[in-house]
Ligand binder design. Structure first.
Ligand code: FES
Length: 147
């Protein structure tokens, strides 16, 4: 992926648009998989913002990644309904299980499966309800086998 060309195309689309920062960041992450740190100065200059402002928004939203993601991204729901049925322990288990793994773990705040949590999502396409540590390990083992 040609980062400068991709970034230039996205910035050209939004250059004179008020409040363009979030749409730009979403499009950059969608195109590149993350927001490379070297794109921040150009985004800031194009939108007439400081680098600190752009960086602050990237850091504030859990959704934005500053490093290239692993082969799969696993999101564990950390919102209230899932927390109430073991989501916190599951997230801790997931962190330990995925330490050093090629899979990326991210928190997410509600996947719409609140009645049957804890909920987990793989790559924005696959949803799992009532997740347990044992089921989580089986899911990770399957994803690792799919390499
Ligand atoms: S709170 Fe976890 S899916 Fe809604």
């Amino acid at each position: 992926m040609d980062v400068p060309a991709t970034l230039g195309r996205i910035l050209d689309t939004h250059r004179d648009q008020p409040g363009a920062l979030l749409p730009v960041l979403h499009e950059v992450q969608e195109a590149l998989g993350f927001i490379p740190p070297e794109t921040v100065p150009e985004i800031a200059a194009a939108l007439n913002l400081s680098r600190a402002e752009v960086h602050g928004v990237i850091s504030y939203y859990h959704h934005f990644r500053q490093e290239s993601p692993g082969r799969n991204v696993i999101r564990v729901c950390c919102a209230e309904a899932c927390q109430a049925v073991g989501g916190e322990a599951l997230a801790e288990h997931a962190r330990a299980r995925l330490a050093g793994s090629e899979l990326t773990l991210e928190p997410v705040y509600c996947l719409g499966l609140c009645a049957c949590g804890p909920a987990v999502q793989v790559d924005e396409t696959e949803l799992h309800a009532a997740m347990t540590p044992v089921k989580f390990d089986a899911l990770v083992a399957r994803l690792e086998l799919e390499k």
